[in-house]
Ligand binder design. Structure first.
Ligand code: PMP
Length: 455
């Protein structure tokens, strides 16, 4: 069987990675330091990455379409970022003081993101989400937060519900029912239900992945974003866009600039850190009033929202972020990454159709989503839209398919998931390598009976 031989080939040719994984099992639960790196029978161990390529400890070269879960937009080790970081590291990675780079970093964000009248830096997307919720609650004096089914906002307890089906069960053990008591999960697209929920007057904020769940795996219509803006304004509720992935990627100004819908608060991370940890909460000036110090001890002690965090706006992340955002500001990286992704999606879609497999490839901006399963519309031509309207199917691709793609792609020299990212430096040759590997991988999945052929 083809997949079996892919597994054998993988084990045979990745002996050093296997050895390292055996050591890792004695250090980390299941041997990994991020869930996405958990891989059967064992993950690859990478020793170097440059541009779109990476090399593992067994000497294999891969073309990469993961790009640090979307954090790299200019490819790995981009020369401008390397230079900025190298210079900065010698001048210290922390000053225990304010510095000029944080101004430049903040100004670039203000220049690019329409909602960014004020900026506060933190270290990760999850921290930024925590602060956004706190600000919404402080600004409104209300407790409840509305989120949407299938939307992921990091691993803060209050939002660990409604992420994967069943949507009424927490995403993790160890989350208290009290932590979730003020979180309301709504289906996407139901404007009447949203209005009814907000009309009760106790919702502080509505948070949404502005692309739709998982960077447009389940796309969100512009009309629903507009409805969110209209309804939240009507009930004085804070609208929060989670643009951790889409910020600077969907356009230099994120989804909000592209769709012309401006939220009250935006959460940013990933690309803005230029490949280093760095995130921000940005938004309307009045909301950020809450974070100001005043000449009033009562305010400072009881009314303020504090902002600690040892590595907030550290100069190393700032240097990498500035180098990246300066290039993003030209618009060129977006144009190139989008063009590469479009070619990739079209190519993948064609291979799926030519082989007579049920499914397709879709996505927006510099992302792609491979869907192999029952379709409820004509998929003969690529149009960028999901092959089914069923959100559960779109987010619930069977693991036999996701694992089968990842393993077969790896043995054919491509490191990817069934969805992923292009960067500004992906070339036609990189796309070609992906498509050749995908062609072989799909043959293997067909031979194994993991995917079904159209009737
Ligand atoms: N929101 C979204 C939409 C994300 O995709 C992620 C991370 N992938 C987060 C929030 C959390 O960001 P971080 O991993 O930096 O905590």
């Amino acid at each position: 069987m083809l997949t079996k031989s892919a597994l054998e080939r993988y084990v045979d040719t990745h002996r050093k990675s296997k050895e390292l994984y055996e050591q890792a099992l004695n250090i980390f639960p299941s041997g990994v330091t991020h869930d996405l790196r958990y891989f059967e029978p064992f993950p690859i161990y990478v020793s170097r990455a440059q541009g779109t390529r990476k090399w593992d400890v067994d000497g294999h070269e891969y073309v990469d379409f993961i790009m640090a879960s979307g954090a790299f937009f200019l490819g790995y080790a981009h020369p401008s970022v390397v230079e900025a970081v190298t210079t900065q590291v010698a001048n210290s990675t922390h000053y225990s003081a304010c510095h000029e780079l944080e101004l430049e970093w903040g100004q670039l964000i203000q220049q690019l993101i329409p909602s960014a009248k004020r900026v506060k830096f933190v270290a990760s997307g999850t921290e930024a989400i925590m602060m956004a919720l706190r600000l919404a609650r402080a600004a409104t004096g209300r407790q409840k937060i509305v989120k949407f089914e299938g939307h992921y906002h990091g691993w803060f307890d209050h939002l660990l519900i409604g992420v994967i089906p069943p949507y009424d069960k927490p995403y993790s053990q160890g989350v208290l029912p009290e932590d979730l008591a003020n979180t309301i999960t709504l289906p996407v697209g139901d404007e009447a239900l949203l209005e009814e929920t907000l009309s009760r007057g106790d919702v502080a904020g509505v948070i949404v992945e502005a692309t739709g769940a998982s960077y447009s795996a389940i796309p969100m219509k512009k009309s629903f974003l507009e409805a969110l803006r209209r309804i939240t304004t009507k009930y004085d509720t804070v609208l929060i866009f989670d643009e951790v992935i889409s910020g600077f990627r969907w356009s230099p100004g994120g989804v909000q600039a592209l769709r012309g819908v401006t939220p009250d608060i935006t959460v940013l991370a990933k690309i803005m850190g230029g490949g280093l940890p760095g995130a921000a909460v940005v938004g309307r000036e009045e909301i950020f009033e809450r974070m100001k110090f005043k000449d009033d001890p009562h305010w400072n002690r009881y009314e303020r929202v504090p902002h600690p965090g040892t590595f907030n706006a550290n100069p190393l992340s700032a240097a990498a972020g500035i180098a990246t955002l300066k290039l993003v500001a030209t618009g060129e990286p977006n144009r190139k990454a989008d063009e590469a992704a479009l070619k990739l999606r079209q190519g993948i879609h064609k291979i799926i159709q030519d082989k007579g497999v049920e499914g397709g490839c879709y996505g927006e901006a510099s992302t792609f989503h491979i869907y192999l399963g029952p379709c409820d519309r004509d998929t003969s031509q690529y149009d960028g839209l999901p092959p089914t309207q069923d959100p559960t199917r779109l987010k619930g691709i069977p693991s036999s398919i996701t694992k089968g793609i990842a393993l077969n792609m790896l043995v054919n020299g491509v490191h990817t998931m069934y969805r992923g990212f292009t960067s500004a430096v992906h070339t036609d040759e990189d796309i070609q390598k992906f498509l050749e590997a995908f062609d072989k991988s799909l043959d293997a999945l067909i031979a194994d009976g993991v995917v079904s052929l159209r009737k």
